[in-house]
Design a protein around this ligand. Structure first.
Ligand code: C2O
Ligand code: CU
Length: 464
């Protein structure tokens, strides 16, 4: 088992997984990009949207002519999109018909501890659980996924992930692209046995070299020559993506994990580590109808198979009254910090037989509280990746935090908004500030490269 995740580009393409085939290329741009369906509530009574979902095994055709068995929400891959509104609670009854325990976590959400879907709060096979999401936080592009400790990595990889888009009046009042021009683009990698379509899973696998967008391999997406809001989400287990248009054309990043940025950020590349989201507005009116434009990945290990993600085909003209305002959002001023803390992420790099991953030199233990936090505190956390070759990222439950510094300098505009997951390249340090004024109780923080958190790179904070 190789531990080093996708560091060296040449190497990464060259290592077939034991037992499986080398990942052969699915044909490029041969299938349309699916639009992920929005789930309908079973009830909207009493100001609450109530949903029912069943987690079950489902076989789907992903590679042409082959059947792939997946772990799904409602038989769908990716899981259905939930659309929520601020201050309107959502209740989801999750029934587990899989043969593995599942904990459904709403990533990026401010929820009470019993509804957070923590690693030990597992729904046993055959059981069900009702999650209540108050939606008191501002708009944000969230997502839900399995979090059952040790098996989350494999279960998310096998399909247990979906988007949860929370909006509010502030976001809706802006003249941004809406409706069919506001599109979820959920990107993740996978390793198929190309002889039979089976999904191959092993920790640290470097052969997850088929890219899926909304569940389809390297799709094309037919667009009108106008502006689109693309909600880019990296739902990979480990892979870091650096997304850019093949002509190096500009994209306007308008949102990050926790919703709109204070101001739009014009960029040629969007970097997304596993779990991160970024919304961009791309104006396709600058291309003549007939243009075909590849979305490229130039991130780590962007060898042949993963250097192209999907293709935009400009097929028609369309009216466009959308625009991107110069000011998207006013974030409240940061409170005076009440405490400071350091966090060090590290994992065994030397290819030991039973490798472990640590936070502050400790492997995750659910019975231990690693950080005691006063209710209402606003803390500055200095988080360091102590590895010299392995990248990590850092995700906290419950809060949307602010990035104060990256490598001692002010962060770029792309990190000026609310974040719940940040990139930590080898040796890198990020300073962030989080305010714990919503709920009290125990929540985890961890590396969101799920193979790493499953190996122990996770810890518990207790608020109050
Ligand atoms: Cu996306 Cu602890 O999770
Ligand atoms: Cu990590």
């Amino acid at each position: 088992v190789s531990l080093l995740p996708v560091l060296n580009a040449r190497e990464a393409g060259a290592v077939p997984a034991p037992g499986g085939q080398a990942a052969a290329a699915a044909e490029r741009f041969a299938v349309p990009m699916p639009i992920v369906p929005v789930l309908k509530p079973v009830s909207t009574a009493d100001g609450t949207d109530t949903y029912e979902m069943t987690m079950r095994s489902q076989t789907k055709e992903i590679l042409p002519g082959l059947r792939t068995e997946l772990r799904t929400f409602n038989g769908q891959f990716p899981g259905p999109t939930i659309k929520a509104r601020r201050n309107r609670p959502v209740v989801i009854r999750q029934r587990n018909e899989l043969d593995v325990g599942v904990s459904v976590h709403l990533h990026g959400a401010s929820v009470p501890p019993e509804d957070d879907g923590g690693p030990m709060e597992v729904i046993a096979p055959g059981a069900e659980r009702v999650y209540t999401y108050p939606n008191k936080q501002p708009h944000a592009g969230l997502w839900y996924h399995d979090h059952a400790h040790h098996t989350e990595s494999e279960s998310v990889y096998r399909g247990l992930h979906g988007a949860y888009l929370l909006t509010d009046d502030e976001e809706e009042a802006l003249p941004l692209p809406k409706g069919e021009y506001d599109v979820l683009v959920s990107i993740r990698d996978a390793h198929f046995d190309t002889a039979n379509g089976t999904l191959q899973y092993q920790m640290g696998d470097r052969s997850r070299t088929t890219l899926l967008v909304n569940g389809a391999p390297y799709p094309y997406f037919q667009v009108a020559a106008r502006s689109y809001r693309l909600r880019l989400a990296n739902h990979s287990n480990q892979r870091f993506l650096e997304l850019r248009l093949e002509d190096d054309g500009e994209m306007t990043q308008i949102a990050s994990d926790g919703g709109l940025l204070p101001r739009p950020h014009t960029t040629k590349a969007v970097y997304l580590t596993a779990g991160e989201r970024a919304d961009v507005v791309v104006d396709f009116s600058r291309y003549p109808v007939g243009t075909k434009l590849v979305l490229k990945n130039t991130g780590f290990a962007a060898v042949d198979d993963v250097s192209q993600v999907m293709r935009f085909d400009v097929v028609r003209t369309a009216e466009d009254d959308s625009s991107v305002p110069n000011v998207l959002r006013k974030l409240p001023p940061l409170p005076e910090p009440t405490a400071e803390r350091t966090v060090v992420l590290r994992m065994d790099e030397d290819g030991r037989p039973d490798p472990k991953a640590y936070i502050d030199d400790k492997v995750y233990d659910h019975a231990r509280v690693d950080a005691h936090i006063r209710a209402g505190a606003s803390e500055v956390w200095t988080v360091t990746n102590a590895n010299t070759k392995v990248p990590h990222n850092f995700h906290m439950h419950l809060v949307q935090f602010r990035v104060l510094e990256r490598g001692g300098a002010a962060p770029g505009l792309e990190e000026a908004g609310l974040k719940d997951t940040v990139r930590l390249m080898p040796g890198e340090t990020v300073k962030l500030q989080a305010t714990f004024d919503a709920y009290q109780g125990e929540y985890v923080y961890h590396c969101h490269m799920l193979d790493h958190s499953a190996m122990g790179m996770m810890a518990t904070m207790k608020i109050g």
